[in-house]
Design a protein around this ligand. Structure first.
Ligand code: TRP
Length: 439
């Protein structure tokens, strides 16, 4: 295996105004992670994805600027990590098409975001796909391209994104199978269950949809006003207060040292007044945010500098990875110079064209008939028993033609084999059958 550093890739959605909850839950941990040794980190603004939801050009531009400035102000160092804008690496959309052509439509039908849209339409008595764009439907393929174009090993995401990473693995696997070699690393989702979700002004999770946020870079006076508007109970100074379920306390904890937090808890027990507590909370938040706010304001005042940083990152990445990869992939799929002889790339490893997966039919000592799907030595799928060889043969044929879904087949997955691998092998066989039929 190669010794290259682990590649960790983080996609940043470019919508909305970042708030303290985003900072504590996403930005701050990601920036800490960006300093990990022996990793090559990729951070990009998913501006192409944003077009699915936001179609106001001025807002798209403004949001991209604000989010870029936020990450830089919060300490992301473009000298040490790749920091770029998705739309500056146009090879991503080219790769998206190559992946689109191996992606199962059925898999996309099952994507949570798309299914939710369909469910809403059904509930409203509308056509299934009313107001659903093909962009929403294809979202997972674009996301797969973001990840696979740099062969990321790990992708930190929230729980809601795990399915997308699984799809990226599936598309990568299918592509690898169809085009006969490990073109793509299979990415792993990394979910950190310890990241704090910060409560908002009203005690519910801080979220734009609850309208209870504290924006990250509001002017100091407004930050103070917002902190003082955090909901508390009506206990008087001198009365002991509970830290449990106190939004004030939880936000404090997210910005204070453990010692300070212990002191704050003691003050609650001693009956600190809410006004004092709010002042102390404001102080710890302001201590961390103030230097960032200053950098943010400097950055936002010079949008051309941010533009240069992003372009530079994108350009270097294209030259180093994206352009060479797409050159190879075009060749791999046969988008080739017509003057050159058809061949597998000469730099492909010897194993590149190992025997493709195959079905084997056989009879056991019990007198019954079975089949298995093997990939070299490895058993991908093992059938149940059939009374007649004809039944086994027909089941194989229906699987090969895609008439019988894998999940419905009278068969079990081989040891340590996942359904996506078997499906990819079936797809590769179907593609080979179709090729034979056409020639
Ligand atoms: N879908 C991600 C989100 O909503 C953003 C994103 C786009 C992304 N492309 C990505 C995340 C690639 C990780 C990897 O948060």
């Amino acid at each position: 295996m190669s010794q290259r550093p682990q590649r960790v890739l983080t996609g940043i959605t470019t919508s909305g105004t970042p708030h303290l909850g985003n900072y504590v839950g996403a930005v701050r941990p990601a920036i800490t992670a960006s300093r990990a040794p022996n990793t090559e980190s990729f951070y990009f603004l998913a501006d192409l994805h944003s077009l699915i939801k936001a179609q106001d050009p001025a807002r798209t531009q403004r949001s991209t600027l604000e989010i870029a400035a936020t990450w830089l102000a919060a300490g992301l160092d473009p000298e040490k990590v790749w920091f770029y804008r998705q739309s500056d690496v146009p090879e991503t959309t080219e790769l998206m098409w190559l992946l689109t052509c191996v992606a199962g439509k059925g898999i996309l039908n099952r994507a949570h975001a798309y299914k939710a849209a369909v469910d809403r339409n059904r509930a409203d008595g509308e056509d299934d796909d009313a107001a659903v764009t093909a962009g929403l439907f294809m979202y997972p393929v674009l996301m797969a391209a973001d990840i696979l174009i740099f062969n990321a090993d790990r992708v930190p995401v929230g729980r809601d994104q795990i399915q997308h990473i699984e799809m990226a693995r599936d598309f990568a696997q299918r592509f690898n199978h169809v085009y006969g070699r490990d073109w793509f690393t299979l990415p792993e989702a990394v979910v950190d269950d310890n990241v704090a979700t910060l409560p908002g002004l009203d005690g519910r999770k801080m979220s734009k949809s609850y309208d209870n946020t504290i924006p990250l870079f509001v002017p100091q006076a407004q930050l103070k006003k917002l902190v003082f508007s955090i909901l508390t109970d009506s206990k008087m100074p001198g009365e002991a207060k509970s830290t449990d379920g106190s939004a004030l306390f939880q936000i404090y904890q997210a910005f204070a040292t453990p010692d300070e937090t212990a002191g704050f808890a003691a003050a609650f027990a001693d009956g600190i007044g809410w006004g004092d507590a709010k002042q102390q909370l404001f102080d710890v938040v302001e201590r961390e945010i103030a230097p960032m706010r200053e950098r943010y304001e400097d950055l936002i005042a010079k949008p051309g500098d941010i533009e240069d940083i992003l372009r530079d990152g994108g350009q270097r990445l294209r030259e180093r990875y994206a352009i060479p990869l797409l050159r190879e992939l075009r060749d791999a799929v046969g988008l080739r110079n017509l003057g050159s002889a058809a061949s597998i790339p000469s730099d492909a490893p010897a194993s590149a064209r190992a025997a493709p997966p195959a079905f084997k039919q056989y009879r056991e000592a019990d007198g019954r008939f079975y089949f298995k799907l093997v990939d070299g030595e490895r058993v991908l799928l093992q059938s149940a028993a059939f009374d007649a060889p004809r039944d086994a043969g027909q089941t194989i044929a229906r699987l090969r033609r895609g008439e019988l879904a894998l999940a419905d087949a009278p068969a079990t997955l081989g040891d340590g084999v996942d359904a996506a691998t078997v499906q990819a092998a079936l797809d590769a066989l179907a593609a080979a059958d179709a090729e034979k039929a056409a020639s």
